[in-house]
Design a protein around this ligand. Structure first.
Ligand code: PEP
Ligand code: MG
Length: 569
């Protein structure tokens, strides 16, 4: 039976409740300005006009980047680079020289690049939204209109859009933008990334939200994905106040992770490099549950030597060396789980990824790269071992995209030979189904729910139209997590979760109820997850797990789990 729902709903990506009037972000340049545009007289003049517009658009991104920080600044700098891109300019020039009108040439060139990005899939496909935003800004500049984007609301409001580009999200002020709701966009879209950073409740993929009239009042639930239109004002205000109280309480959570009745759960951070590790080390975490090493090499054409890799890894390990309790007792020793290169598919690394694969997500990515190039893995393990030796940090090493027990065994042998603790990620359904056999050959498992969801549901994790399938609350995904956790429980070995699922406070309770021993997440999510667990009993977590596994779909699972946890069983 499929549940029938009334009202709007989407995929929740940042928890929290918000109530406010709709403000619609409109992305189009006024039609009248476009039709009144007079083409430059010659191809040279057209290209000069294009260069002016591109420089102005890029400078606008750069100015915003200077006022921003972190991930927001990075995406704005990337957009500025895209606006100045020589390839894009070359495509415009070719079309103008071939007789196209300038606006048609800009549109044609942008579409050509959107097509290329989309065909590459994964993270590159997400850049299509950025490119379309740049095209609209170029056209606005050329026709002398204001660049499109997000209006500045006069009163605190819920911002509704088709999808938001980095430039739209960068200037958002959480004081006036209470929540974000988009019709498109997935859990890894820019909208989601920036909303998470700003702590604004956010729901993506909410079909029909663009049809709401300006001025309707919305109650947005970033925990369940429900978007209520014109709710009862008193009841809605009371729910928002209770939620705000809970969020304030979570801000003061200081670890370590445990349920209210004392079941310990390690709360860990996901990091990408030295700076992100040093910043994560200040959060109330017991270490790093996922160091994505490939992110250190996205701009490298040549593989760094084992020595150079050791320097890079030591920066991360060094941030977690010694006793994190601060009392010198040794009780709070922190550890770092290093993941070997997960190059390929959505994370192409020039020196490792195989070119021209038909279907990179199902191709030679992650550990599979070492099949034809064993020295690549050997050099990385040497670099990790050297960094561990230098820093004295407890270091675990895991492989991504493991599909068979033999792969796990071979990897474990190579890791143990270097005196480190081996584990594998569970991202492929075959690994979850054989978790008990994998645990005979490795010391720990870490479930990558982002890929496990993608491969279980056969749905590209970046496909904005498939957000309802790429949802870790899908019962089939939860079944595989439960099988994996149970395998760990039976032999007393750690089984963690390091995908986005671990950052969802509600789902975290479900995972702990299944027997998951650690949760690793973006540091911004740590306090909300820790605080939720700290107010929940282990029995309630187990009941929540049963309720989620029995539900027919993600929405029903969230509802059932909320009901269990609100009873405080
Ligand atoms: C995952 O797949 O859940 C995971 C943690 O790995 P990544 O997101 O880097 O693919
Ligand atoms: Mg993965």
């Amino acid at each position: 039976m499929v549940t029938q729902r009334t009202g709007l709903s989407g995929t929740p990506v940042v928890p929290g409740l918000a109530l406010g009037p709709v403000v619609l972000a409109r992305g189009e340049v006024p039609e009248a300005a476009v039709s009144a545009y007079v083409q430059p007289a010659t191809p040279e003049a057209a290209l000069a006009a294009y260069d002016d517009a591109a420089a102005t658009v890029a400078a606008g991104f750069e100015a915003k980047a200077e006022r921003a920080s972190g991930a927001t600044a990075e995406v704005l700098v990337a957009s500025a680079g895209l606006a100045r891109d020589r390839g894009l300019r070359g495509a415009v020039r070719k079309r103008v020289n071939g007789g196209d009108a300038l606006l048609d040439a800009v549109h044609g060139a942008a579409e050509q690049f959107v097509g290329t990005f989309t065909a590459m899939g994964g993270l590159m496909a997400e850049r299509a939204t950025d490119l379309r935003d740049i095209e609209r800004r170029l056209v606005a500049r050329l026709v002398g209109a204001a660049e499109p984007g997000v209006p500045t609301p006069e009163q605190p409001s819920v911002l509704v859009a088709e999808d938001l580009a980095p430039a739209d999200t960068a200037g958002l002020d959480p004081a006036v933008v209470l929540a974000l709701v988009t019709e498109r966009g997935g859990p890894t879209s820019h909208t989601a990334i920036i909303a998470r950073q700003l702590g604004i409740p956010c729901v993506v993929g909410a079909a029909g939200v663009l049809d709401l009239p300006d001025g309707a009042t919305l109650l947005v639930d970033g925990t369940t994905g429900a978007v209520e239109v014109d709710p009862d004002p008193d009841a809605a205000r009371a729910r928002v106040a209770a939620d705000a109280e809970q969020r304030a309480a979570s801000a003061s959570w200081s670890g370590p992770g445990a349920t209210i009745d004392g079941t310990r759960v390690k709360i860990l951070a996901n990091v990408a490099d030295g700076p992100s590790a040093r910043s994560a080390a200040d959060a109330p975490v017991e270490g790093v549950g996922l160091f994505r090493t490939e992110l250190c090499f996205l701009n490298r054409d040549v593989e760094p030597s084992a020595e150079e890799q050791a320097d890079i890894y030591a920066e991360v390990l060094g941030a977690f060396s010694g006793d994190g309790s601060g009392d010198g007792s040794g009780d709070g020793e922190r550890y770092v789980v290093v993941r070997t290169l997960d190059a390929g598919s959505d994370k192409p690394v020039a020196f490792a990824t195989l070119p021209g694969e038909e279907n990179p997500a199902l191709g030679v990515r992650g550990l599979r790269l070492s099949f034809g190039n064993p020295d690549l893995l050997a050099r990385q393990l040497d670099g990790i071992a050297e960094a561990a030796r230098r820093t004295g940090t407890e270091t675990w090493v895991m492989a991504p995209m493991v599909a068979t027990v033999a792969e796990g065994a071979e990897f474990a042998e190579a890791v143990r030979a270097r005196g480190l603790k081996p584990g594998v990620m569970v991202e492929v359904p075959s690994a979850a189904l054989l978790a008990h056999r994998l645990l005979e050959v490795v010391d720990f498992l870490s479930i990558g729910t982002n890929d496990l969801t993608q491969y279980t549901m056969a749905a590209d994790r970046m496909a904005t139209t498939l957000a309802h399938l790429t949802d870790p609350w899908q019962p089939a995904v939860l079944q595989l997590v439960a099988i994996t956790a149970e395998a760990g429980r039976q032999v007393g070995k750690p089984v963690g979760v390091c995908g986005e699922a671990a950052a969802d406070p509600l789902l975290a309770c479900v995972l702990v109820g299944m027997g998951i021993t650690s949760l690793s997440m973006a540091p911004a999510a740590v306090r909300a997850v820790g605080a939720r667990l700290a107010t929940t009993s282990h029995d309630a977590c187990e009941e929540a797990a049963e309720a989620a596994l029995a539900a027919v779909d993600p929405a029903a699972a969230r509802e059932a789990v909320l009901a269990v946890l609100e009873q405080g069983a």
